[in-house]
Design a protein. Sequence first.
Length: 223
Amino acid sequence: MNGAVTPPRARHIVLLGPPGAGKGTQAGTLAKELGYAHLSTGDLLRSEVAAGTPLGRAADGYMRAGQLVPDELVLEILRGRLRRPDAEAGFLLDGFPRTLAQAAEIERWTPIELVISFEIERTQLIARLAGRRICPRCGAVYHLDAHPPREPGRCDRDGTELVQRPDDRPEAIEVRLRVYAEATEPLLGFYRDRGVLRGLDASGSPAEVAVRFRRLVEPGGTP
Ligand code: ADP
Ligand code: AMP
């Protein structure tokens, strides 16, 4: 025994990175493995839009245009979701925070112990976004080349016809990448200053990224 103490695994983890970097893909798998909740504010908002709630109606136009939904609406939806018991064991936050105001607010609710920054080139991002297709019923995510469904155009889980997200069209992609650079990139400095930021090389296949991702999340894991 060398007396070294392994730190506990982080329970409150933020995935930071541009749209299309693969955050949702990785979070979905790892959350199941760890027994954590996968909390995607994009998914939560899309459910509200699909259900036609007042919050969904207020968010829809911003989302279609690739703009951020106002902080108050996103905070309201996330606050409700965090109260559900499945978030108690731990959570992977995907797509939140996206502004400094959101980061400051979640710090008041709960400590964030680890922030993983997905790093990838712009050309790869655009290819990932342009080829993404989703199931409008269950939210499953596919890619035309990297992760095609078994039957072209149909969800593996429920057979529903896959669709392209309105914000994955070229005009909205441009806006989203610009919004990311302006509003969300400053969070890298915010979390670096707190000593919780780790970089993840998000290039390569989903399986390759998953190996690197798990390593970062393991107690004492290093980049
Ligand atoms: P984000 O949640 O960061 O917006 P997604 O996880 O939805 O990104 O991934 C964006 C698209 O890229 C999806 O179509 C997904 O299937 C695909 N994808 C995810 N990870 C990879 C990868 N490592 N290589 C190639 N395509 C990927
Ligand atoms: P995503 O699924 O993470 O790509 O998010 C899709 C869209 O939902 C974004 O382009 C925003 O319009 C909105 N959205 C998701 N999360 C947030 C957030 N934390 N703050 C503001 N808008 C958000």
